[in-house]
Design a protein around this ligand. Structure first.
Ligand code: PLP
Length: 406
């Protein structure tokens, strides 16, 4: 069947093409236009870009699980046993027993009463913040929190306030200036994704408690990295049994696959199942994802060498960068920024590193503050000494050429 449509008026509203070209032109003019690099081989410590093998310092694949044989094997088993897709949203007919098994495994790992797995870390923040917060509540958020927290808070009708990054006096000020009878939530990343520093959770929870507030930790970059067996930032600070700390996180960084989770009291899971909109209106994970995740969480507990290698590599790489004279901005985790100053300089350094076989991405404003443009490196358990030495000599060459180091 064909439909005859009227032609567009000559003058009138903005056309699709008009909107697309004007928005792209703005990005180009501001020097903010990006196009992703394409990996021509699997996500590993060495991969291929533009036909060349490169040392990969750009992924979040902390433990090397994205392409690990044990993880892939379980994904394949679940694919064959359970099929390619969940077939429905979880609340209608898409909850398979393997979904619930994974949630039980996660809750045990996190020492929480329950865990719920959502489609991604991004949608988890939307789902949980959107569900928990109501009008009359107060939410206090670290200024450097992740974009998905910021977007999640846009969905919430609560009063929203920001405190200066890790500034405990400022957190206290905001809490004391905004008394409320509603729920008070103090929201922080466990590990901050741009600087690689760790939230002072012990202090945050202490201050939150004084004001009757609950602490909400997004542990995307902490789980699989910090705490005994990679249980995350909350465990790193020994707060796993605090009743007033909520953890959310992602299954797409150290766990190497995709997904998000919220871990807390059993009632949290129950309420989210009933109210969290991304959970209610979007299909559950395919079995292969569930299988891979169950294997990943098992593997980190069975074999301590993943985390040992991750941290040995992290310490070596950071110390060597500092010895060469680079500023790693006080990073405390495998996220290792190297500060270049202006965005153009960081982007140019990233291009030069790539030409020397090192893949590491430059980040500028608005992702990081003006004047603090950087290359963000993420060291993984999979990198060999040789990989890191190749990267360090490339850094030394580029840093000298560009006048960043002497
Ligand atoms: C990456 C990240 C997310 C998003 O996780 P995805 O699973 O990739 O959607 C959320 N919060 C923080 C702090 C992150 O770093």
């Amino acid at each position: 069947m064909t439909t005859t449509l009227p032609s567009r008026p000559v003058r009138g509203p903005v056309t699709l093409q008009g909107r697309l070209t004007s928005e792209l032109a703005k990005l180009h003019a501001a020097g903010l236009h990006i196009s992703p690099r394409v990996l021509e081989a699997p996500q590993r410590a060495r991969t291929r870009i533009l036909g060349h093998e490169v040392v990969n310092l750009a992924s979040n694949n902390y433990l090397g699980f994205a392409d690990h044989p044990f993880v892939k094997e379980r994904a394949a088993q679940y694919l064959h046993a359970w099929g390619a897709g969940a077939g429905a949203v979880r609340t209608i007919a898409g909850t398979l027993s393997i979904h619930e098994d994974l949630e039980t495994q996660l809750a045990a790992f996190k020492h929480t009463g329950s865990a719920l797995v959502l489609q991604s870390g991004f949608t988890t923040n939307q789902g949980v913040l959107g569900t928990l917060l109501q009008e009359g509540d107060l939410v206090v958020s670290d200024e450097l929190n992740h974009a998905s927290i910021i977007d999640g808070l846009r969905l919430a009708k609560a009063t929203k306030k920001v405190f200066r990054h890790k500034d405990m006096a400022d957190l206290r000020r905001v809490l004391s200036e905004n008394p409320t009878e509603g729920l008070i939530l103090v929201v922080t990343d466990g590990v901050f994704s741009m600087d690689g520093d760790i939230a002072p959770l012990g202090e945050i929870v202490g201050i939150a408690r004084e004001y009757g507030a609950v602490t909400y930790v997004d542990d995307a970059h902490g789980s699989g990295v910090l705490g005994e067996q990679g249980r995350g930032t909350v465990h790193h600070f020994g707060l796993q049994d605090a009743g007033d700390v909520l953890q959310i996180g992602t299954l797409s960084k150290a766990w190497g696959v995709v997904g998000g989770y919220a871990a807390g009291p059993t009632e949290l899971r129950d309420l989210l199942i009933n109210r969290a909109r991304p959970f209610l209106f979007s299909t559950g994970h395919p079995p292969a994802v569930v299988g891979a995740l169950s294997a990943a969480i098992e593997l980190v507990q069975q074999d301590p060498s993943f985390m040992e290698r991750l941290w040995a590599n992290t310490r070596f790489f950071k110390a060597e960068l500092n010895r060469l004279g680079f500023d790693t901005f006080g990073s405390e985790t495998p996220i290792t920024p190297v500060i270049f100053g202006e965005a153009e300089t960081a982007f140019e350094a990233s291009r030069r590193l790539l030409s020397l076989g090192v893949f590491a991405v430059g980040l500028g404003f608005p992702t990081v503050p003006k004047g603090l443009a950087r290359i963000r490196n993420i060291v993984t358990a999979e990198h060999t000494q040789e990989d890191l030495e190749i990267a360090l000599s490339a850094y030394q060459m580029v840093g000298r050429e560009m006048g960043t180091i002497a």
